[in-house]
Design a protein around this ligand. Structure first.
Ligand code: SAM
Length: 249
């Protein structure tokens, strides 16, 4: 999945609409403190979590496969960071880490079991003995209507360009492969009335609790904890995020 086209809107849109997800920072701070550095962050994007962990004094090695997302991160000029443009299934770093994590359901961008196993095996090879991996998984990706026709999501001022952005979203669920495919359209209207449209496709794979249990077992990770929210709470039938903390066997 390539986030280059989305990068220019990412931080702005996150602040605008992702009210629940922004609570996630609490658990990454707690886990980073508990398991310590050096830390490996996969799918770091523009560094939303990274910058907060660096403020806490951590040294972080980050990976993402979007040049544009990484350019935004680099422009933040953060200290104590090493940045690599690479894929989470194939990256190679000549060192091992105590703690690795993947935030914002980003592991679910891997749409096949083969890719997921390749990624977990790769992370395994980059962890120290007894090293810990954590990731948040949205267990409800494929809930709800199978098809959402093009629907207005929001209209908001986009101060970076002195423009207005209207976002339309649509989706389709592939029930056989348990994947939800979104098609988002950003219509940006400049002050002089000029229009620019950006189309973005995002797909995420459903990963149930049992599926993740088997996947971690197969890849030789032992589950230490599964939290049902970003405050280290228990898993309930209403949990929107499951935060897995697993240890290299
Ligand atoms: C939802 S954003 C999350 C960014 C950041 N972790 C956060 O929580 O704000 C997903 C990120 O995953 C990255 N990504 C998607 N597929 C990837 C892959 N196969 N390997 C590495 N990064 C990937 C995208 O470029 C994007 O920056």
């Amino acid at each position: 999945m390539n986030w280059n086209k989305h990068a220019k809107y990412y931080d702005w849109e996150f602040d605008l609409i992702c009210t629940n997800q922004r609570e996630d920072i609490r658990i990454w701070k707690v886990l980073a403190k508990e398991y310590g550095g050096p830390i490996l962050e996969l799918c770091c994007g523009s560094g939303r979590i990274t910058q907060e962990l660096i403020k806490d004094g951590h040294i972080i090695f980050v990976i993402d496969n979007s040049n544009e997302m990484l350019n935004i991160l680099k422009a933040k000029n953060l200290p104590n960071i090493e940045i690599l443009n690479s894929d989470m299934t194939t990256f190679k770093i000549n060192r091992k880490f105590k703690f690795a994590f993947i935030s914002y359901s980003s592991f679910q961008q891997l749409l096949t079991l083969e890719e997921q196993i390749k990624c977990l095996n790769n992370i395994y090879d980059h962890l120290e003995d007894g090293g810990v991996l954590a990731m948040d998984i949205n267990p409800r990706i494929c809930e709800g209507a199978e098809i959402l026709p093009r629907t207005h999501s929001y209209t908001a001022e986009y101060p970076i360009n002195n423009s207005t952005v209207t976002m339309y979203t649509s989706h389709k669920i592939d029930r056989i492969n348990q994947i939800k495919h979104w098609k988002d359209e950003y219509l940006e209207i400049a002050e002089n009335g000029e229009e620019r449209r950006t189309f973005i496709d995002i797909s995420l794979k459903e990963c149930s609790k049992d599926y993740m249990k088997l996947l971690f077992e197969k890849c030789k990770f032992e589950i230490i904890n599964i939290y049902g929210d970003f405050d280290n709470g228990d898993v309930t039938e209403n949990s929107d995020n499951l935060i897995y903390v697993v240890r290299k066997k």
